[in-house]
Design a protein around this ligand. Structure first.
Ligand code: BGC
Length: 490
């Protein structure tokens, strides 16, 4: 049948035979809620394409389509030594990257720090102090008393930011559960440069970038077929290269229409109006109880931050609304703690290789103090599969929409993020969804392939800093705040 898409059976054949009728019905209900068929995928992509266009228009829409002032791909000959500061959703990383003479080559030294939970809802001062501490520690260790005035910094700030210049970025809104007061609506570059100056580290930020833009550029450094950079991690998003002439919202700047410019889509905000996404009641609860209700609708259904919570909410729903159906006479208090389970929990369930789901049983006992029955284990496994499959299939919609918008029929997509690299079957499920959306013949080789990217937030940040300095040298000053300032780095 056309438009229905292949049925997705549970991964373990015959495993449902011993499941009682009422649990089987519950599994069917979950299948109904979480399955996104081909027809729906196509409907989502059609709407997505329109929303990408809208974001580039003067009026704008839900998807910010942020102009990044990254104007072109690297040619592989970029050189120099750069610092990169990567502020993601979970970790902070300080890197030093040397782009080497060998085409596409680099050396990297790095230190990783876990962002403390309390910092995510703390004050702006605490955030900048923490970042400065990490950077200072790294520099003292690797550079001692050296003069750093000529060491440019690429700051990977992976949140939506409006950039009038490449070394500027006003935070539009926090995402990924962050809620630090006094940063939204502000340029994040001066507070960081100021605190570094106060500590005797006169480091200049040459470029503020997004992790997706970094992924696009770092991947294109070694692969000329790269067209899109994606993150499927704590948050989700993509960047691609546009022509200035296709971005009406910067028409007033009178730049050459065929000049390339990278766009950071920020498509986690797709369908904030809830027009087309097939939201379940669990998605509505996640949104309602998040620090930013009404924002990041697409992200809340697909990103790593939420997959464990969707899973938990579905089980809690059964406890509350179908008394006696599951976990009878067990202490379920742990399961009631919001965000107790991160995406590694359903991932581990999907990874359980045993026919009797022994790993899943142990996981439930260890983390939740619950001992599921064999039939309950089947329900748990199927629920995890449904949530993981939905996330992968919806994730493919963003990639397909960019391809359709740009009339790209074949390309490579560079991808990074914990869900892409660690969640079982994510890649295969995403590839299957692309096949269905883009209508490739059954025996045709995939034309758009999503593959593991180079380190966008480190190497990508260094490359973008190098590209920026190279174009200042060449006299392309579009999106450069202060030419003299930049020239100090040359
Ligand atoms: C942020 C994006 C980022 C993505 C992946 C989203 O929450 O808004 O800027 O690219 O997460 O890290």
């Amino acid at each position: 049948m056309v438009g229905i898409g292949p049925k997705q059976p549970p991964s373990r054949k015959g495993s449902m035979t011993d499941v009682p009728k009422n649990l089987l019905q519950t599994i069917k209900d979950f299948e109904g809620q979480f399955t996104v068929d081909t027809k729906k995928l196509k409907e989502i992509v059609d709407h997505f394409v329109k929303e990408l266009e809208k974001g580039l228009s003067v009026e704008g829409g839900n998807i910010p389509m942020n102009v990044t002032w990254v104007m072109g791909f690297p040619n592989g000959d970029e050189q120099g030594t750069f610092l990169a500061l990567d502020m993601g959703g979970t970790n902070l990383r300080v890197c030093e990257i040397s782009l080497t003479e060998e085409q596409g080559g680099f050396d990297i030294t790095q230190s990783k720090y876990r962002i403390p939970e309390e910092l995510k809802t703390g004050t702006a001062e605490e955030l900048w102090e923490y970042i400065a501490d990490c950077l200072q520690q790294f520099i003292e260790y690797h550079h001692g008393e050296e003069n750093l005035a000529k060491l440019p910094l690429g700051f990977t700030f992976s949140y939506p930011a409006t950039q009038e210049y490449i070394d500027h970025g006003v935070l539009q809104r926090w995402t990924k559960g962050f809620d630090i007061e006094g940063v939204e609506g502000e340029d994040v570059v001066p507070p960081l440069e100021n605190i570094l100056k106060q500590r005797g580290l006169p480091i200049k930020i040459a470029a503020l970038i997004n992790d997706t833009t970094g992924t696009l550029i770092a991947s294109a450094y070694t692969d000329p077929l790269m067209r899109i950079g994606c993150i499927f991690g704590t948050g989700v998003n993509a960047a691609y290269m546009e022509n200035v002439g296709s971005v009406p919202k910067i028409a007033h700047m009178n730049l050459p229409p065929d000049m390339p410019i990278a766009i950071n889509c920020e498509y986690g905000a797709f369908d904030n109006e809830h027009v087309v996404l097939p939201l379940t009641k669990y998605d509505h609860i996640i949104d309602r109880d998040s620090p930013r209700p009404g924002q990041q609708a697409f992200e809340k259904m697909t990103a790593g931050l939420y997959l464990g919570e969707i899973f938990r909410l579905a089980l809690v729903d059964l406890l509350d609304n179908r008394p006696g159906l599951i976990f009878e006479k067990q202490d379920t208090s742990k399961l009631r703690k919001p965000y107790l389970l991160d995406s590694s929990f359903p991932a581990a369930i999907e990874q359980d290789p045993y026919e009797n789901l022994q790993d899943t049983e142990e996981l439930f006992e260890r983390v939740l103090n619950i001992k599921p029955t064999p039939a309950e284990l089947e329900l748990i496994r199927r629920l995890a599969e449904l949530i993981g499959t939905r996330a992968a299939r919806l994730s493919a919609c963003g990639v397909a929409a960019i391809c359709k918008k740009k009339n790209i029929t074949s390309c490579h997509v560079g991808a990074d993020g914990s869900v892409f690299t660690k969640y079982p079957h994510f890649k295969a499920r995403g590839a299957q969804a692309l096949r269905e959306i883009l209508d490739w013949a059954p025996n045709e080789k995939d034309k758009v392939t999503i593959q593991a990217a180079e380190d966008g937030s480190g190497v990508g940040a260094a490359l973008i800093a190098a590209l920026t300095l190279n174009r200042v040298k060449a006299g392309n000053l579009a999106g450069i705040r202060n030419m003299n300032d930049m020239k100090t780095l040359l």
